[in-house]
Each structure stands twice: as C-alpha cells, then as structure tokens.
Write a protein of this length. Sequence first.
Length: 337
Amino acid sequence: MIIVMKRGRDRSASDKIVAEIEKVGLKPVPLYGTERTVIAVIGDERALDIHHLSSLPGVDNVMRVLHPYKLASRETKHESTVIKVKNVEIGGKTVVVMAGPCSVESEDQMEKAAAAVKKAGATIMRGGAFKPRTGPYAFEGLGEEGLKIMRKVCDKHDLVMVTEVLDPRDVDLVLKYTDILQIGARNMQNFNLLKEVGKIRKPVLLKRGMSATIEEFLLAAEYIMSRGNHEVILCERGIRTFEQDTRNTLALATVPIVKDLSHLPIIVDPSHGTGRKNLIAPMSRAAIACGADGLMIEVHPNPSEAKSDADQSLNCEEFKKLMIGLAGIIEAVERKL
Ligand code: PEP
Ligand code: MN
C-alpha cells in the first residue's frame, strides 16, 4: 500500500499514519519529499482498512498494491487448482461439460436428459430443484423430490451432479444428494450462504452476479475459501448491460482476466449468458478458445415444454451437434474432453 499525504509538511499527520500502520504489525517506510510525504507499507496490507486511512487528516490518496482477496489469488497460489469430483477433474487438461435441464421436472424428463448428455460426452449433470425465479408465480422447483430424482439418474448414468442451493437452511439437505453445490448469480453476495458453503467439504460452483465486478466475484469466492472450503469453481454467466438482443452480455474476457488473477477453475454458461439457443454453440466455442475450463449448457428433451428457460435450452440432438462441433477447438487449445 502507498499513502500519499496532502501537500505541505505537517509531520504530525504523517506520524499518525505511521503509528496506525505499526499498530497492525506492518512496517511503514515514510519518504519525506520537498512537497509531500509518501508512506509505503511493507507487509500484508489487507490488515489495513483503506477507507479508514483515507479518512484521516492530511491523507490525499491511498493506493493498494495487493488484491483485496488472498486465498483466491494467484499471488498466493501460483499453480492452477484442479478440483477432483469422483472421476472428473475440473481445471486440469480436460474441458468439462455440465449439461441438463434448467429445472428438474420429472423422472422421465431427467432420465432422457441424462442418457442424452452422457452419450454426447458430458460428465456432469445440471438441474435445479430449488429455482430462483424473477416472478413469485413461476415454477419454483420440486425441492427434495427433485434432488432424489436427480441423484437416481446421475447414479444410473455415472454422472457427477451439480444443483443449486438457494437458502443457508437448505445446505444440509442439498448436500445429502449432490456432488457439487451451485450458488446462483442472484446469491453471489448472499454472504450468509457463502459462509455456510464455506464450512462444507464438497466443491462449490459459484456463478458471477449479474452486476458484480470481477473483483467482487473473486471476493465472493474468498468468502467461501476463508471459511475453509478451497474447492470453488467460478462460472461466468453473463452480466446486465443495456443490450436488448441477448438476455445477458456474456463477458468472455472474464475468463483470461480471472485466469491471470486467480488459480481457481472457471467455466462459462452460454445458456444464461445469452438466453438464446442459436448463440450457445458459437459462444461455447469462443469460451473454450479463450481458456475456459468447462461449460454449463441447458439441455431439455423437449424444450418447448420446459417449465423454465425454454428459449435457451437445446434439445438432445442439438446438444449432440454442439459437442461434435467443439472437438476441433478443444484439440486446438491442447485439451481433451
Ligand atoms: C441456473 O443455472 O439454473 C441459474 C438460475 O443460473 P443463474 O444463477 O446464472 O441465473
Ligand atoms: Mn436456467
């Protein structure tokens, strides 16, 4: 951290800052210039509150040198994290594909979806039993019944299961069934939920909030990690912009930016990211080309009857074609499915 004092040589103001820095066990290095004093801080600056320091008399500007997150940062852990769930690795040489319907609706629907996504090459099945809906009258999911159905078909088809948990009170219940817990975009800053999944020992798929900056996204991951759960998979799912032609704006630059800042794996969800099924294939190819560790795709055996996100769900045949079309890109980036 670097603290720039206001013009003038008021030694008492800079002495106070020096004392504040020493109080938290860091080393201040003041440089008394002819016009201003600048104080450099040696040690982990995260122990200092930037807003508090900025408010002190005589302080002109405070600049951070380190990122505000630590455990999620590549500065702390240089090698990329690989998360292993059963026989599936996320963040390694493989590109993982998580596919399945938006919502779990029935055993028949899930059985058909599971068989199709497995055959096409997906290794993880997605599906929501607790659905965050924009309006209060929309289908909210089957709850525990949905979790039971999903566990059954995932076991039958040897698929890893990922499903969303909406409420800290449901974490134990969802944990009983699933392999990976999903935190949805709307809950990315639900700090009580983040703390709760930080206590568990199963991987968490954390989706980017629709108006969250990359720094806030990584701070949300830090919340989970700071409670002891270091198995966080990030997911870019599009952000809100003024654009009307897509449901969200899929911010693919997030992938290389996050790869630079963090060691955590990051996947891309082009279904929610665009809201349009014809954009899923091109955006999936682009995601892999820019370094994503995987994809999350909505697939429904009969999209026109889907209880949620019908417009952005591929049918089984379309999903198969998408997977075939990804092979060349996966090879080009020297990864495998
Ligand atoms: C989902 O994946 O089912 C979902 C609701 O996505 P998001 O949280 O990204 O909107
Ligand atoms: Mn959905």
